[in-house]
Design a protein around this ligand. Structure first.
Ligand SMILES: Nc1nc2c(c(=O)[nH]1)N[C@H]1C(S)=C(S)[C@@H](COP(=O)(O)O)O[C@H]1N2
Ligand SMILES: [Mo]
Length: 503
C-alpha cells in the first residue's frame, strides 16, 4: 500500500474521508476519476424493464470508481456487501449492490407496525463507514455561540441531555419510483440507481436527543443563523467529483423538536448500515435529510450549497428536463406528501375468492400529518371502500399506518385495484401519473394501482369450470397456459347454429 494516495482521517474510523476541508485531495481524486473513462460509463438501466436478478444492479460503475481511487476506497464495495449480508434479511430485494440500496419484499413490509431492523430499507450513496464509538465525536461549529466537539458519551449523558424516544417513519423520496419510470421515464441520478418499488419506507422507534438541546448546549445560534448543515462521513462520488454526503435542515424544524440525533433503533444500537453510532432523524421530511454517519453540524445563514442539498432532491415543473432546466427551476423537497400503497396482493396475481379479497398496505403523510382515512377501489377508482378504523394501525404524528380491508369484488376479469389516503389535513393523492411527473421522479404519490385477475367463485359457472379443470388435473394458473374450454357437451342447444346472419 505504499502508493496509497488517500489516508483515512481518524484512527478507528474506517471509510471516513474528509473532502470539504481538503480541496487539494478532492482535486486529486477528481483527476484520477477523469482519467478512467470506464468510470463514467452509462448506468445499467434506462428505459428497459428491470431485470429480475437480486441484486437488481451491481453498480459496476460505482465499483470501478472506488477501485480507481485505490485504498481505502478499493475495499469499500466488498466491505459494504459484507455488512449487508450480516445486518439485513436474506430476502431483501437488493436494488443496487454498491452503493447499497435495498428494500424488503412487499408482503413482509406490512407484517409489522414497527419494521424489524433487518427489513428496514437502506439508501446509501457511498460505502459504509465503520466508526469506533470510543473515538466518535461530533463537531458543532459555524454560527453557534460556543462551537464544541461532543463525544458519544457526552451526548448520551442523560444528566446533560434528556433522552427521548419516538416512533417515526423514514421514507426515501424515490419510493414508488419504478411505477412512474416504467410509464413515463425521467432523468436524474436516482432513477437509474434506485428503481424502488413501494418498500423504500420503514418505521422505527428511535432513541436519542433533540438537536435543539444540543444547539442550546452550544450557547444557541448567532443572529442570522437559519439552517443547520449536516455532514456525513461517507463519500458520495457525483459525476466523478467526490464529496461528503451533506444536507441541511432549517432551524425552524429543529426548534420544534423535529430533528433528533439518534443512537438506537428499536431498542438496539444502530446497525452499521443505518449509521452506527449516530445519525440525524428528521421527522416528516424525505429520508435524504436524515444524515447518516453524522460527524459535523455547521450553523449557516442559508441552506447548504453542497450538491445533495442544492442540486438534488428538487421537484421540477412538468415542462422541465435536462434539455431546458436549471437547478433554480426546482423546489427543494422537504416535507413528504401524502402517499399509500398496496403491498398485497401483488401486481398480476390471479386471485380465487368468494366475492371478497384481503388487501393490505401502508399509508403515510409527512410534515407532522398522519393518515386519517384510507380507501380502496376494486374497479380502477370508480367506487371506493373505506378501510374500517379497526383495520388501521396506531396513529402517530410522524409515522405511517398499516391497513387491511376485506374488499368486495364482483368482477370476473382483470381488475385494477387502487388505494388512496386522506391525511388529517384532507390532502389526498393524485389520480394521474402525469400530474406528479417530475424530471427526477421524486415523491411519486399517485393512487397506487395493482392489477389482478379476479376469479369469483360466487359465480356458479366459475365454480363448475374450476371443478372441471380439477377433474382434468389442469391448473388455472398461469392463465396463459393453454387449456381447452369445456368440451362439446358444454355447447348449449341453439349455440351450435352458425353465427352468421341468415340473409
Ligand atoms: N451520510 C449519508 N446520509 C444519508 C444518505 C447517505 O447516502 N449518506 N442517504 C439518505 C437517503 S436518500 C435516505 S432515503 C436515508 C435512508 O436511510 P436508511 O438507509 O437508514 O433507511 O438516509 C439519508 N441519509
Ligand atoms: Mo432517499
Amino acid at each position: 500500500m505504499s502508493d496509497t494516495k488517500f489516508h483515512e482521517e481518524i484512527d478507528g474510523w474506517k471509510g471516513y474521508m474528509e473532502w470539504e476541508r481538503e480541496p487539494q485531495k478532492k482535486e486529486l481524486a477528481f483527476q484520477i476519476l477523469a482519467q478512467h473513462p470506464e468510470t463514467t460509463h452509462p448506468p445499467e438501466f434506462q428505459l428497459k424493464p428491470l431485470p429480475s436478478t437480486n441484486p437488481v444492479f451491481n453498480g459496476q460503475r460505482w465499483k470501478n470508481m472506488h477501485h480507481a481511487l485505490g485504498y481505502p476506497f478499493s475495499v469499500m464495495p466488498s466491505a459494504s456487501w459484507d455488512v449487508v449480508n450480516c445486518e439485513k434479511a436474506s430476502d431483501m430485494r437488493h436494488v443496487l449492490e454498491f452503493p447499497y440500496n435495498g428494500e424488503p419484499p412487499p408482503e413482509k413490509l406490512t407484517d409489522h407496525h414497527i419494521t424489524p431492523n433487518k427489513y428496514h430499507f437502506v439508501r446509501n450513496h457511498g460505502g459504509i463507514p465503520d466508526i469506533n464509538p470510543a473515538t466518535y465525536s461530533l463537531q458543532i461549529d459555524g454560527l453557534v455561540n460556543e462551537p464544541r466537539h461532543l463525544t458519544l458519551q457526552k451526548l448520551q449523558d442523560p444528566g446533560i441531555f434528556p433522552q427521548e424516544t419516538i416512533v417515526a417513519t423514514l421514507q426515501c423520496s424515490g419510493n414508488r419510483r419504478s411505477e412512474l419510470s416504467i410509464r413515463y421515464p425521467g432523468g436524474g441520478d436516482e432513477l437509474v440507481n434506485a428503481p424502488w418499488n413501494g418498500g423504500a419506507i420503514g418505521t422505527a422507534r428511535w432513541a436519542g436527543v433533540s438537536l435543539k438541546r444540543i444547539i442550546k448546549y452550544c450557547g444557541g445560534l448567532k443572529t442570522g443563523a437559519k439552517h443547520l448543515e449536516l455532514y456525513g462521513a461517507d463519500t458520495y462520488i457525483k459525476n466523478t467529483a467526490p464529496g461528503n454526503y451533506i444536507v441541511s435542515v432549517p432551524w425552524n424544524k429543529v426548534k420544534s423538536h423535529e430533528v433528533f440525533l439518534c443512537w438506537a433503533m428499536n431498542g438496539e444500537p444502530l446497525p452499521k448500515i443505518h449509521s452506527f453510532p449516530l445519525r440525524a432523524v428528521v421527522f416528516g421530511y424525505i429520508g435524504a435529510r436524515s444524515c447518516k454517519w453524522l460527524y459535523r453540524i455547521k450553523a449557516l445563514e442559508a441552506p447548504s450549497k453542497a450538491p445533495v442539498q442544492r442540486e438534488e432532491y428538487l421537484f421540477y415543473n412538468n415542462q422541465v428536463g435536462k434539455h431546458n432546466g436549471s437547478f433554480s427551476y426546482g423546489l427543494s423537497i422537504q416535507e413528504t406528501p401524502v402517499s399509500s400503497a398496496i403491498m398485497w396482493p401483488r401486481d398480476r396475481d390471479v386471485i380465487m375468492h368468494e366475492g371478497k379479497i384481503n388487501v393490505k398496505g401502508w399509508a403515510y403523510s409527512g410534515g407532522g400529518r398522519w393518515p386519517e382515512r384510507v380507501e380502496v377501489s376494486p374497479d380502477g377508482g370508480f367506487s371506493w371502500y373505506v378501510v374500517p378504523g379497526d383495520r388501521l394501525s396506531k396513529k402517530h404524528r410522524h409515522a405511517w399506518r398499516l391497513w387491511s380491508i376485506e374488499l368486495p369484488l364482483r368482477a370476473e376479469a382483470w381488475v385494477e385495484l387502487r388505494c388512496r389516503c386522506w391525511d388529517n389535513a384532507l390532502n389526498s393523492q393524485p389520480a394521474s401519473y402525469r400530474d406528479i411527473w417530475n424530471w427526477s421522479l421524486h415523491v411519486q404519490n399517485t393512487q397506487h394501482r395493482v392489477i389482478v385477475y379476479s376469479v369469483n367463485q360466487q359465480n356458479e359457472s366459475t365454480r363448475e369450470g374450476l371443478k372441471n379443470l380439477e377433474l382434468q388435473d389442469k391448473p388455472l394458473v398461469p392463465i396463459t397456459l393453454s387449456v381447452k374450454f369445456r368440451g362439446p357437451e358444454s355447447i348449449e342447444p341453439g349455440f351450435d347454429d352458425p353465427r352468421d346472419p341468415d340473409d
